[in-house]
Design a protein around this ligand. Structure first.
Ligand code: CAA
Length: 246
């Protein structure tokens, strides 16, 4: 059997890059989308220098039709998408009483509606082939809320509601759908939090450090593997003990 194909949205970001590498190390053909051509090509070159070959396709995850074209192009280049990692996401942190409509809709569209926009284009193929893995990258802040993130917490909590519903619809079709909820990981997104605020956050993490992107990527690798075949509709926290729920 040929290599399976994985699509990682937002693959050029901090956690996304680690997930792309993890899946490539597991012998998947890995594709990602991009919005900024120049940034994407620089990323691709850097990865090639490290020995990784990734497929990059232009596509805005906020745009349903564009996602359709993006999936079609990936399938033409690589074959049917067996594994989808909905990882693309942004923050627009501000307290709710100051939040303007664009800060709300940008985060809801990019972090939550994107999950519909991309998954809708791969789910029928997965059902026909009776195999699929969907992993949604949510956040600790969807589980517990976060001061300054009403938009992001709503989107990330919504991702897990989506996972549980689609998991129920997909279980009999050989498809698992799960959520991974990272805590504070050392990426540009977290480093953008003002230092004085970030220091207070790190002090609340029992393990006493930010996570590494690879800490998240390994869990994604497990969930897409055959070893995780009986796990669906689950949420796996990767947060150094920062939030313990069950
Ligand atoms: N709980 C209670 N009070 C808080 C608080 C908290 N968590 N955070 C801030 N406050 C209080 C402050 O103590 C301060 O109170 P006083 O005025 O009485 O001193 C007040 O709120 C204003 O705080 P700031 O000076 O920080 O206000 P600001 O307007 O400059 O910024 C903010 C507000 C944008 C929300 C800023 O506090 C911030 O960036 N917070 C971090 C938010 C965060 O954790 N984002 C995560 C980004 S990473 C990510 O999202 C990845 C992931 O999945 C984990």
């Amino acid at each position: 059997m040929g290599q399976k194909v994985a699509l990682v949205t937002g693959g050029t970001g901090g956690i996304g890059t680690a997930i792309c590498k993890e899946l490539a190390d597991m012998d998947y053909k890995v594709a990602s989308n991009y919005r900024n051509e120049e940034k994407a090509q620089a990323w691709k070159k850097k990865r090639a220098d490290e020995g990784y070959e990734f497929i990059l396709v232009e596509g805005d995850v906020c745009d349903y039709e564009a996602c359709g074209r993006m999936v079609a192009e990936i399938e033409e280049q690589a074959g049917p998408v067996d594994v989808l990692i909905n990882n693309a996401g942004i923050t627009r942190d501000t307290t709710f009483h100051k939040m303007d409509p664009s800060q709300w809709t940008d985060v809801i569209n990019t972090d939550l509606s994107s999950v519909y926009n991309v998954t809708r284009h791969v789910i029928e193929g997965m059902r026909e082939r009776r195999f699929g893995r969907v992993v949604n990258i949510a956040s600790i802040n969807g589980q517990r809320g976060q001061y300054g993130q009403a938009n992001y917490a709503a989107a990330k909590a919504g991702m897990h509601g989506f996972s549980m519903a689609l998991a129920q619809e997909s279980a009999k079709h050989g498809i698992t759908v799960n959520t991974v909820s990272p805590g504070y990981i050392a990426t540009d997104m977290v480093m953008a939090v003002p230092e004085r605020v970030r220091e207070k956050i790190v002090a609340q993490i029992p393990m006493g450090r930010l996570g590494y992107p690879e800490d998240v990527a390994h869990v994604v690798g497990f969930l897409v593997s055959d070893k995780a075949c009986f796990i669906t509709g689950a949420n796996l926290s990767v947060n150094g003990g920062h939030y313990m729920g069950w």
